[in-house]
Design a protein around this ligand. Sequence first.
Ligand SMILES: [Zn+2]
Length: 67
Amino acid sequence: MMSIESLMPREEECISTLREMRWPDGVIACPRCGSDSVVKDGPRGLYQMYWCKRCNFGFNDRSGTIF
Ligand SMILES: [Zn+2]
């Protein structure tokens, strides 16, 4: 299986500025329990939604708050 790095090297560069905002690329931690068992839950407007499978906590990639 191909790695994310090989699939989108340019995109990885583009989001480098986003890294300093909250999370490194591909390493999303649940703001509630700190688990990395987080899955993408699709885009919601300008935000990327995430869902923690460990504590069933939904949040976005900007504020890290519940929707
Ligand atoms: Zn969690």
